[in-house]
Design a protein around this ligand. Structure first.
Ligand code: NAD
Length: 484
């Protein structure tokens, strides 16, 4: 059975009947056949989102009622958590426990933003006697959301929930690598009473559906999560229609570990930050900057972990699942060989696992590269795989300079028992988030997230994200004898 698009509240085939296969990366087999949205489908989705925005069913309901519908979506995601997690795990490859977390985080986005739907307030501005001036935060309209394959349900919910809370309607384009849970989210939202057209889901290729959405003249806002190159192209398309964009792009985030840190805690945090989702995380801690005197101890602990991690199909709930595709696996292999040819040394992993049972899937071992220097490509470029580039430093000053020596600036982690050192370093780091003695925080639903430099602009998550889905109207009233 083909998984169809969701447009205007109905499951529909693509206008030309086209489909694509979503592949299970643990086996290379077809997981599902999915309708492939065309330009005409995207156009219909945008029109239906626009009609829903203008219509009474969404545009006309009280904010509190929007919040109630969103609460029901949160609950339904929780009720179906196991089914959704299994589907995510099969579609994307991630270990079941990580997929379970993703579903809980998706539910939490709906819950968090449901609570704010009736609290999006403006200001009054004192102009003096005879005047009343106030601002209203109005929903911006139709939000186009283009998302990647690495956290489909989490990132889908991350953009959809604040947009709905603000009163917007949405056209969501998931990646063709892992489109399944975005479709389930659309289905669940409808079943929970979200009116038709408020959330449309149009899986398809970037070249057709993505371009059609980003260049559509009737969208009012665009949230793009993906790679820098595509982000730049998408932002240019949106600019043709003066459509504001949120750019959530890549990263090369550092974990900075000082010798005075709790090295057990740091080893655990550093390993999770790079090996979670097989390193296919925008905020992956893919650079380890370690104080030279702690190098041997820390790398030894990391290597022990890396070598004992169970790698296997996501649904068997291993420590690490497969890479999303053969192409991505080959990219990772190329990076490791570029790294070693530039002088890096493999301290763990570095190749596909030897286990013949994994031969048909797209697996790579958890990998540590040491003796990395900051100019090497493996230190500068986003690999998007389970490969940690390890760089030594001696002084706090060097750590700050190394951390900032990147085109990216998404997240940084600092590990030390010296709070003064941590705080002064945090102030100097150029990235959208800094964590001290932790890395990530349970999905970080409440915490503004986004990039400095080429990691993007605009903020998702937390109350900050509402700025992207609202626009401010100022109303100025003169009454009585007010004069200006
Ligand atoms: P990608 O840029 O290849 O694709 C992202 C989305 O854009 C997909 O839905 C794709 O179909 C679509 N797309 C591709 N070409 C397009 C085009 N020409 N026009 C419009 N849409 C197009 O990224 P990916 O491989 O899916 O994901 C990995 C990248 O995403 C990494 O760089 C990662 O760091 C980044 N990412 C960032 C965040 C964040 O929040 N900052 C989160 C997750 C992933």
């Amino acid at each position: 059975m083909t998984e169809q698009l969701i447009i205007n509240g109905a499951r529909v085939p693509a206008s030309d009947g086209g489909t694509f296969d979503s592949i299970d990366p643990s086996s290379g087999e077809v997981l599902a056949t999915v309708s492939k949205a065309t330009k005409a489908d995207v156009d219909r989705a945008v029109q239906s989102a626009q009609a829903a925005f203008e219509g009474k069913a969404w545009g006309g309901i009280a904010p509190a009622e929007r919040g109630r519908i969103m609460q029901r979506i949160a609950q339904a995601l929780r009720d179906r958590a196991e089914e959704l997690a299994t589907l995510e795990s099969r579609d994307n490859g991630k270990p079941l426990k990580q997929a379970r977390t993703d579903v809980q985080v998706a539910a939490r986005y709906f819950e968090f933003f449901a609570g704010i739907a009736d609290k999006i307030m403006g200001h009054t501005i004192p102009l003096g006697p005879g005047f009343l001036d106030y601002t209203i935060r109005e929903p911006i309209g139709v939000s186009a959301q283009i998302v990647p394959w690495n956290y489909p349900i989490q990132i889908g919910a991350r953009g959809v929930a604040p947009a709905l809370a603000a009163g917007c309607t949405v056209v969501l384009k998931p990646s063709s690598e892992a489109p399944m849970t975005a479709l389930r989210l659309g289905e669940i939202a409808l079943a929970c009473g979200l009116p038709p057209g408020v959330l449309n889901v149009v899986p398809g290729s970037g070249a057709e559906a993505g371009v059609a959405l980003a260049s559509h003249p009737d969208i009012n806002q665009l949230t793009f999560t993906g790679s820098v190159d595509v982000g730049v192209a998408v932002a240019k398309m949106a600019a043709d229609h003066v459509v504001p964009v949120v750019m959530e792009l890549g990263g090369k985030s550092p974990n900075i570990v000082f010798a005075d840190a709790d090295l057990d805690l740091a080893a655990q945090g550093v390993a999770n930050a790079i090996f979670q989702n097989a390193g296919q995380t925008c905020s992956a801690g893919s650079r380890l900057l370690v104080e030279r005197s702690a190098h041997a101890t820390l790398v030894d602990r990391l290597a022990t972990r890396a070598k004992t991690m169970r790698v296997g199909p996501g649904v068997s709930d291993p420590d690490m699942g497969p890479i999303i595709s053969r192409r991505q696996l080959e990219t990772i292999e190329r990076y490791v060989s570029v790294g070693t040819s530039e002088g890096a040394r493999v301290a763990a992993g570095g190749a596909r696992p030897a286990d013949p049972a994994l031969g048909r899937g797209f697996y790579f071992q958890p990998t540590l590269l040491e003796a990395v220097s900051p100019d090497m490509r493996v230190a500068r470029e986003e690999i998007f795989g389970p490969v940690l580039a390890i760089i030594d430093f001696d002084e706090v000053e060097d750590a700050a300079a190394l951390a900032n020596r990147s085109d990216y600036g998404l997240v940084a982690g600092i590990w030390t028992r010296d709070i003064n050192k941590a705080m002064s370093l945090a102030a100097r780091i150029k990235s959208g988030q800094v964590y001290i003695n932790t890395y990530g925080a349970g999905g970080g639903v409440e915490l503004p997230f986004g990039g400095y430099k080429k990691s993007g602009y605009g903020r998702e998550k937390g109350l900050e994200s509402l700025a992207s889905y609202t626009q401010v109207k100022n109303v100025c009233i003169r009454f009585g004898s007010g004069e200006k």
